[in-house]
Ligand binder design. Structure first.
Ligand SMILES: [Zn+2]
Length: 362
């Protein structure tokens, strides 16, 4: 369990980042949440024909042999969080890092959140801005690499800890999967983005001579979960579906579709990947993805077996398994993952959520 992850889990979603966002919210544009426009020309047509990734063979995990990324900048923090208004201790935010993963492709990690940065031929694509303070830091770090403005922001999913602050990049085209509009329409915050382009299942974005694919493979962490993939560079951004050797904290799993997350992780683990960026930790080793595929498969298998057994014992009645909601979260153990962070605190909730997904679809 990385020390970096602990604060990330604590901060993970809306509460604290919303606090940070509040400091600069006045810089953001007024929301227009209910009118996400129709997809534009670059959207792939049929929902069922999202192209397969260019490589279908899962690479052997490069976990222990992946070359150390070249850190191009590890600058001093560009912004310090203010002392909380309630007089509590200031939250310590480590300085952001910008790590080169391939020619013109970088991983920015700051404010406990990842962004992909793609720079080519005068164009710049980034993912999740998160909040105005972080977006400003991201802008300053990009300015150290290129004079080109950010032209495209691709959002990985609809959760508010990922989508604030887009107004810092005034002329960027904002892309989010079609389902984003429903969550944005419900936001009490002013800094939900004005989405310029949406897509259904697949969209290809060209950034200079680079290809960035946006894949919607169904619900994962939220309904709009988008996996971002650069086939030539073998780089993937996995949205917010896993952390290295940690169970997603129980506070943040209510909008995670557990069977959906399992399906997406199984699908993408077969793609050709050298670097796998996840939402809230600085590492990009694909082994973290592969270990989480195993975790979600093991969790599914254990819960499904208990459901099958309960139904069988009741002579085939599916209603028999309703009782499992009261017992299984307290009794099921997955010994293999006992050393993972948040195992004790969050496994019961994971069992509950997997049970609901198997039973109810969500
Ligand atoms: Zn999320």
């Amino acid at each position: 369990m990385s020390e970096n992850l602990k604060p990330a889990l604590a901060i993970c979603c809306a509460a604290i980042l919303a606090l940070l966002a509040a400091a600069c919210r006045s810089d953001d544009p007024a929301p227009t949440p209910t009118t996400a426009p129709a997809p534009t020309a670059t959207t792939a047509p049929a929902p069922t024909t999202a192209p397969a990734p260019t490589a279908t063979t899962a690479p052997a995990p490069t976990a222990t042999t992946a070359p150390a990324p070249t850190a191009t900048t590890a600058p001093a923090p560009t912004a310090e969080p203010e002392e909380p208004a309630d007089g509590g201790a200031a939250f310590q935010i480590p300085p952001p890092t910008m790590t080169m993963l391939a020619d013109g492709v970088y991983h920015y990690f700051g404010f406990f959140t990842s962004s992909l940065v793609v720079i080519s031929d005068g164009e710049v694509l980034i993912t999740d801005t998160s909040n105005p303070l972080r977006a400003q830091s991201l802008k300053e770090e990009i300015a150290k690499l290129t004079d080109s403005p950010v032209t495209t922001i691709a959002l990985t999913h609809e959760h508010y800890d990922h989508v604030g602050g887009t107004g810092v990049f005034e002329d960027a085209t904002i892309i989010c999967q079609w389902n984003c509009q429903f969550a944005f329409a419900l936001s009490p915050f002013e800094d939900v983005p004005t989405v310029d382009e949406t897509f259904d299942d697949f969209m290809e974005v060209r950034v200079g001579d680079k290809v960035v694919e946006l894949h919607h493979l169904g619900p994962g962490d939220g309904e709009a979960t988008t996996v971002i993939y650069m086939p030539a560079e073998r780089i993937i951004v996995t949205a917010d579906m896993y952390e290295p050797r940690a169970l997603t904290h129980k506070n943040w799993v209510d909008d995670k579709n557990f069977t959906g997350t399992r399906r997406i992780l199984n699908t993408i683990s077969g793609w050709d990947i050298e670097h796998a960026i996840n939402a809230h930790s600085p590492g990009t080793d694909p082994v973290d993805l592969h270990e989480n595929v195993e975790y979600y498969n093991d969790l599914y298998d254990a819960v499904k077996a208990a459901v099958d057994e309960a139904i069988e014992q009741a002579g085939g009645s599916v209603f028999a398994a309703y009782g499992l909601f009261d017992t299984l979260p307290q009794t099921l153990e997955l010994e293999k993952y006992r050393s993972w962070a948040e195992y004790d605190s969050s496994l019961p909730r994971h069992v509950e959520r997997m049970l609901l997904a198997i039973y109810h679809g969500d």
